[in-house]
Design a protein around this ligand. Structure first.
Ligand code: KG4
Ligand code: ZN
Length: 337
């Protein structure tokens, strides 16, 4: 079976061709540079760029996969969560293509795509993924959640952010520090240049709420804001703040994941989302896995940030299980699973 997937939930226009779990192509064009001067994604600009990029990206994906468009047997498209206008561009394009090629269309959750992204190109799991129980961490610009999963399904949301997502916190802290957008890669680079040993002890929210597995990053962001306002703003200090901030975010994430592993007794941990590209986080997850005797499965970098391959991978599995959509498919900007 040949599946084409379309992902346009935020500022990446991506198309992927996949066949029987194997990625044949995964082409992504980002409008991130157009949002840089605003310090965050501008929904109107993102939607307009999707309109411009979607057809060339689709053509490139078909060409790179070395297929003809008539070979496509299923069209999967991200139906949510995401920016409404951006989702609608992808969904409308997918519907038009489904009608033109006379093939079925299937709406796929962006979050389930991120969850399953770690299993792409991992042959050892292709047979047993259906019966696999695992913990999944999704850390991106829009989400910071830990799920308990079984096969393709989210069994339980164990913890989630009550304010900013981790990626959003990186983006906001970078803005305060004058490091530009997107903030994650900028903070990571600046932090890596810090060669001192004095770390700023930024507050790590201790939630007094019922669920101590939830995240809160807004206090940390505010602490960075006040610290930077009052300190002597040298390059070295910028590096120190970046390093300390990153350490605090990674520390909070690791602590929550550790608790979830303990509570669920799970021995398999997967992760997904743009923040997983961060080398300190990857390193800390590896150490946690070693400490807790847990198998860690991280996605390849090209499948960590937003991409259509994860939507194709997830969608093909859903379709084979009999899950169907039709041309009445709508965007669900706030869907949670
Ligand atoms: O998964 P993603 O591409 O899009 C969403 O679904 O949100 O994640 C984008 C987020 C941005 O907030 C970006 O700053 C963050 O991932 N990010 C990083 C790094 N690369 C991207 N955060 C920390 N370190 C990185 N190296
Ligand atoms: Zn995402």
């Amino acid at each position: 079976m040949v599946t084409l997937a379309i992902e346009t939930s935020c500022d990446e226009t991506s198309c992927s061709v996949l066949s029987e779990g194997k990625v044949l192509s995964n082409i992504t064009s980002s409008s991130v540079h157009l949002h840089a001067s605003y310090g965050g994604v501008v929904p109107e600009i993102a939607s307009r760029r999707h309109v411009d990029y979607i057809f060339p990206v689709y053509q490139k994906a078909v060409c790179a996969a070395n297929i003809k468009q008539n070979d496509i047997e299923l069209i999967c498209v991200t139906s949510g969560p995401g920016l409404p206008g951006s989702l609608l561009v992808g969904i409308s394009f997918a519907k038009a293509l489904a009608v033109a090629l006379d093939v079925p269309i299937l709406g796929v959750s962006h979050l389930e795509g991120h969850i399953l992204s770690a299993f792409i190109d991992r042959d050892e799991f292709s047979e047993r993924l259906d019966s696999l129980d695992y913990v999944s961490l999704v850390v991106s610009g829009g989400h910071t959640s830990i799920y308990s999963c079984s096969g393709d399904s989210i069994f339980e949301i164990m913890g989630q952010t009550i304010d900013d997502a981790a990626g959003e916190a990186f983006d906001k802290a970078a803005k305060v520090l004058g490091l530009g957008y997107p903030g994650g890669p900028a903070i990571e680079k600046t932090a890596s240049e810090y060669d001192g040993d004095k770390i700023i002890d930024f507050p790590r929210a201790k939630l007094k709420r019922k669920n101590d597995l939830d995240f809160s990053f807004s206090g940390l962001k505010t602490a960075v804001l006040y610290y930077w306002r009052d300190c002597e703003r040298t390059e070295q200090e910028r590096r120190r703040v970046s390093y300390s901030f990153q350490k605090a975010v990674v520390g909070v994430i690791i602590e929550k994941v550790r608790r979830v592993l303990k509570r669920t007794h799970s021995k398999i941990l997967v992760a997904g989302g743009g923040v997983v590209i961060n080398a300190s986080l990857r390193e800390a997850l590896k150490n946690l896995a070693t400490d807790t005797d847990t198998r860690l499965i991280l996605p390849r970098k090209e499948f960590s940030g937003d991409n259509a391959a994860m939507i194709a991978f997830c969608g093909e599995r859903m379709y084979k299980k009999g899950i169907r959509s039709d041309l009445r498919l709508v965007a669900r900007p706030a869907m949670i699973r």
